[in-house]
Design a protein around this ligand. Structure first.
Ligand code: CAO
Length: 422
């Protein structure tokens, strides 16, 4: 028994944002039926391929626990199959370019006619406004949602982050909207539209930078390094390098081996409550009582010197040694972990956060499992479907077509060739 057992998702998603959302719902137990164009499928099946003719890791890592049906929704028979799917499903999730679903003949009004209980959930690049018709990819959302202008170093260009906050971040927002709408449907009996715009999702994740924008109007942002360096603030929230986003100053510091290892660094936070142990650890016990260093306000204009001094100590230790020394003292710090280190971390394997999956065409590969752990609904990661792997099964078991009707649908060209596994 899984949390979302009994919920059927018509998964019309592609690329990253939508598939992240439906993968989560599938991990929570929803029956997720991915509808793909015959012969083509989700474009990511063929993008960034590492093995010729085999579904890419891009696709496999975003589409676990789903079933795949191929369906040409622009073919008349295909449209009638889609209508049956709309009637049988609880949620339609899509992230087509604006207007694509209307052009297909399945806009919100038509969906409601077919199934008033249907929840129709969409990712779009922008909400209503001047850019609502634009196609949007990850980095466009990072740039238009306030992330790029606040990421990077003050004297460098705006920078995008490796975390896919535009795509996967918006997928997460959408998943929350869907389960909330399902909860409301329990009482209202009605479906509703759910929209998660990528710009909105990124801005939500950049909330603290809008906070700083307003604080700027009342004076300098004292916790930003540039304040201590005597550099005046511009009108808009500036990029803050590796400054901590909160009220406790933090910085990325070199550790032993940094000359040859690009990730031999640690994030170190000079939390006020543990200032005394920090002074002892770095060999500056006199700073504990020195009025120039003893209080957070006194330290603000000396942060560069303070972090340089801490770094002189961290450079004598590996990032893991820094952790081992600081953690028992409650000094908040974290090693900069590479993807290689994360992939090999035994504790992440044990919790199912990193999972090895077997795929009939590619063999074994690693993926990130469900990052949200429900004690009564554990997520088991099942490999992604081959293109159209479940077409016949869905036509018969979900939609109730007879064998003869399935043959007619196949002959009409509405669905692709049925994949048969050895
Ligand atoms: N059968 C027949 N046609 C199908 C189909 C099917 N099963 N599935 C999709 N199509 C058609 C669509 O109807 C659309 O046709 P029209 O343009 O003629 O109406 C066409 O395929 C292309 O869809 P699209 O415009 O969504 O795809 P694209 O590759 O041109 O654009 C993207 C991709 C991501 C830029 C766009 O979908 C988008 O902006 N989505 C919203 C924002 C988003 O999610 N972005 C994140 C993507 S991940 O970085």
């Amino acid at each position: 028994m899984k949390a979302l057992n009994g919920i059927r998702i018509l998964d019309f998603t592609h690329v990253q944002s939508g598939p992240t959302c439906t993968q989560l719902l599938a991990w929570f137990g929803a029956d997720c039926i991915k509808v793909e164009r015959p012969g083509v499928g989700d474009a990511t099946r063929g993008q960034l391929r590492d093995i010729p003719e085999v579904d890419s890791l891009y696709f496999t890592m975003l589409n676990h626990n789903k079933r795949s049906i191929t369906l040409n929704t622009k073919n008349e028979t295909g449209k009638s199959v889609l209508e049956r799917l709309v009637k049988e499903c609880d949620v339609l999730v899509e992230n087509f370019a604006p207007g694509a679903l209307d052009r297909m003949g399945f806009g919100w009004e038509r969906i409601q006619e077919l199934n008033p209980r249907m929840i129709m959930a969409s990712v779009k690049g922008f909400g209503p406004g001047p850019y609502e018709d634009c196609k949007v990819y990850e980095n466009v959302a990072q740039c238009t949602g306030g992330s790029a202008s606040t990421t990077g170093f003050r004297d460098g260009p705006p920078t995008v982050t490796g975390a896919q906050i535009g795509d996967s971040g918006t997928g997460l927002h959408l998943a929350l909207g869907i389960v909330t709408a399902l909860y409301q449907r329990e009482k209202s009996g009605r479906g509703q539209r759910v929209l998660a715009a990528m710009q909105d999702g990124v801005l939500n994740l950049c909330r603290v930078k809008l906070r700083d924008q307003q604080r700027l109007e009342r004076g300098p942002l004292t916790e930003y390094s540039q304040h201590g360096q005597g550099i005046p603030f511009p009108e808009a929230t500036p990029r803050a390098g590796n400054d901590s986003g909160g009220g406790q100053p933090g910085w990325i510091l070199k550790c032993k081996g940094w000359e040859t290892d690009a990730n031999a660094y640690v994030y170190f936070i000079t939390q006020a409550a543990v200032w005394a142990p920090i002074c002892d650890v770095i060999g500056k016990p006199e700073w504990k009582e020195d009025p120039d260093y003893a209080t957070p306000p006194a330290r603000l204009d000396k942060l560069t010197h303070i972090f340089d001094t801490i770094e002189a100590w961290t450079k004598t230790r590996t990032k893991f040694e820094v952790m081992d020394i600081c953690n028992p003292l409650d000094i908040p710090c974290g090693p900069i972990l590479s993807m290689k280190e994360l992939a090999e971390e035994p504790s992440l394997r044990e919790t199912g956060t990193i999972v090895e999956v077997d795929h009939p065409a590619r063999g074994k590969y690693l993926t990130v499992g469900c990052p949200i752990k429900l004690s009564d609904s554990p997520a088991e990661v099942i490999r992604s479907p081959l293109l159209g792997e479940h077409t016949t099964e869905i036509l018969t078991d979900v939609l109730g077509y007879t064998e003869e009707e399935v043959r007619e649908i196949q002959d009409s060209g509405a669905v692709g060739k049925q994949v048969v596994l050895d």
